[in-house]
Ligand binder design. Structure first.
Ligand code: NAD
Ligand code: NA
Length: 396
């Protein structure tokens, strides 16, 4: 079928298999061009199909020659209906990995469930014996709790008072004011259950009890801090409480892993255009200004540049892993540079529908958003028939 983007609100209903493959190819080429990393050899990536998780899988496999198992929740294709982008990304990733002789298998299902954890453990036992790194990169609006059977929904709300600020609809470029009413206690609790550290700890407990963690194992989850303008809705809002909880879990996990000399880390990453971040009000306007300022300064990075740097300049330098005063790895350092932030704050005041195309990188935002779904990739003819029925080699 001929596959074009079909937008509904902040999501795109279609994805392009050849564009997704091209996107994965470019990420692989980026990592490969930077040379080898003396890193992990057997890696489990939870949330492996898009965003930071995909970039982690690519960096581990193509930088460090790692065997990878990827867990994710994606929609498979059916005749005349495309798969979700992470499906096509993974199909391409596995194909490229297998061509290079790298082990790569994938599990599609709910990572929050006991069943998928058990399936993953069984696969590790059968094929790899143990893993020496676990990347935890889930972003989900809901979690079905495996012990209580309760379906928890996360919220993106401020805490204490209504938050009013500017936001942009990046499809139309219209800047408007948005007001978000404060969270109820229930919203906070639910968001912590969905995006906090409990499930990460459950994964580590299950893997450790099954004996599939190697001596010296490391596990890394991703967090975000960001600027003052988004603080009320992000870091000091419901999602921020979940991130506080996730960051605390890194210490609990490090304690649990003491017998293996293992370690749990949180890495604070840069704001990037992903499916998850596009759904948060105010963030797209911030990102479009940030990208403009960082591109002008020559410090702009995408997901693959971020994770490549995480491995090369933080995790596998041969020395101590540098962390901040709260024990977190920081690869948001270029974003949080005071000069960058001062410039963004100045532009924030001036940004409106008329000025934003000039002040911000709205085109770049929209382009990155399309790329998430395999669109606007160079070298792909979108007027040509594409085969939507692409299989992931390890999933039959
Ligand atoms: P993403 O939406 O691109 O990726 C989410 C991944 O989780 C996908 O692989 C998806 O299939 C998987 N997933 C979702 N629900 C699942 C489920 N129930 N079972 C199995 N897999 C499931 O998100 P992302 O932006 O890469 O975010 C990953 C992490 O990085 C999050 O913790 C996020 O908060 C953090 N982070 C994001 C940003 C940003 O700007 N995007 C910045 C810093 C940190
Ligand atoms: Na991810």
């Amino acid at each position: 079928m001929i596959i074009q983007p079909r937008m509904r609100g902040f999501i795109c209903l279609t994805a392009h298999p050849d564009g997704a493959a091209q996107n994965v190819r470019e990420q692989i080429d980026y990592v490969t061009s930077n040379g080898n990393i003396d890193g992990p050899k057997k890696v489990l990536v939870i949330g492996a199909s898009t965003g930071f998780g995909l970039a982690s899988r690519i960096t581990a496999a193509f930088g460090s020659g790692a065997a990878t198992i990827g867990v994710f929740f994606e929609k498979e294709p059916s005749e005349g209906k495309t798969a979700s982008p992470g499906w096509y990304n993974t199909a391409a990733f596995e194909k490229f990995a297998h061509e290079k002789g790298l082990y790569a298998k994938s599990i599609n299902g709910d990572a929050f469930s006991d069943e998928i954890k058990q399936q993953t453990i069984d696969l590790i036992k059968k094929d790899l014996g143990q893993v020496d790194q676990i990347i935890y990169s889930l972003a989900s609006p809901v979690r079905l709790h495996p012990k209580t059977g309760i379906l928890h929904r996360s919220a993106l709300k401020p805490i204490g008072q209504t938050y009013t600020n500017k936001t942009v609809d990046f499809h139309t470029g219209k800047v408007s004011e948005v007001s978000i009413a404060p969270a109820e206690q229930e919203d906070i609790d639910n968001t912590v259950v969905v995006m906090g550290g409990e499930d990460w700890e459950m994964w580590i407990d299950a893997l450790q009890a099954a004996g599939v963690l190697a001596e010296g194992v490391t596990t890394i989850a991703y967090s975000y801090i960001g600027p003052e303008v988004t603080e009320a809705v992000y870091r000091k809002g419901t999602i921020g409480r979940a991130k506080d909880n996730l960051e605390a879990s890194a210490f609990t996990i490090t304690d649990k892993l003491k017998p293996l000399n293992g370690k749990g880390y949180v890495s604070v990453n840069k704001a990037l255009v992903t499916q998850a971040s596009s759904a948060i009000p105010v963030i797209p306007l911030y990102i479009s200004l940030l990208f403009k300022v960082m591109k002008d300064a020559g410090t702009h990075e995408g997901t693959i540049e971020q994770i490549d740097r995480l491995y090369r300049e933080r995790l596998y330098t041969g020395g101590e892993v540098p962390v901040d005063e709260k024990g977190r790895i920081r690869i948001d350092d270029y974003e949080m540079d005071p000069a960058i932030q001062a410039k963004v704050a100045e532009l924030w005041q001036k940004a409106d529908t008329e000025t934003l195309p000039e002040l911000g990188d709205l085109k770049g935002y929209s382009h990155e958003f399309h790329k998430l779904f395999g669109f606007e990739m160079g070298g792909v003819d979108y007027d040509k028939e594409a085969n939507e029925m692409v299989a992931i080699e390890s999933i039959k």
